[in-house]
Design a protein around this ligand. Structure first.
Ligand code: SF4
Length: 67
């Protein structure tokens, strides 16, 4: 895995603890956080502008359903 492709917020992304389902989280990690596609993450766009988005905003722009 090429670490240089990783999102710089991956070590402290507030979305991670929201997931009770490890599998679901790993899908997003693989699709966004640990790839060059993190630049297309909805969270990344806001966080890069200095506004950390709500923890339940997903990379695809949807909202994580309340458990
Ligand atoms: S969810 Fe988005 S902002 Fe958070 S670590 Fe993954 S790519 Fe970065």
């Amino acid at each position: 895995m090429d670490e240089s492709q990783h999102c710089r917020f991956a070590s402290r992304c507030p979305m991670y603890p929201k997931f009770k389902n490890e599998f679901g989280l790993n899908v997003f990690k693989t699709s966004y956080c640990h790839s060059s596609r993190h630049e297309q993450c909805s969270r990344f766009a806001l966080a890069s502008k200095g506004t950390m988005p709500p923890a339940d905003l997903l990379p695809n722009g949807k909202t994580l359903p309340a458990a």
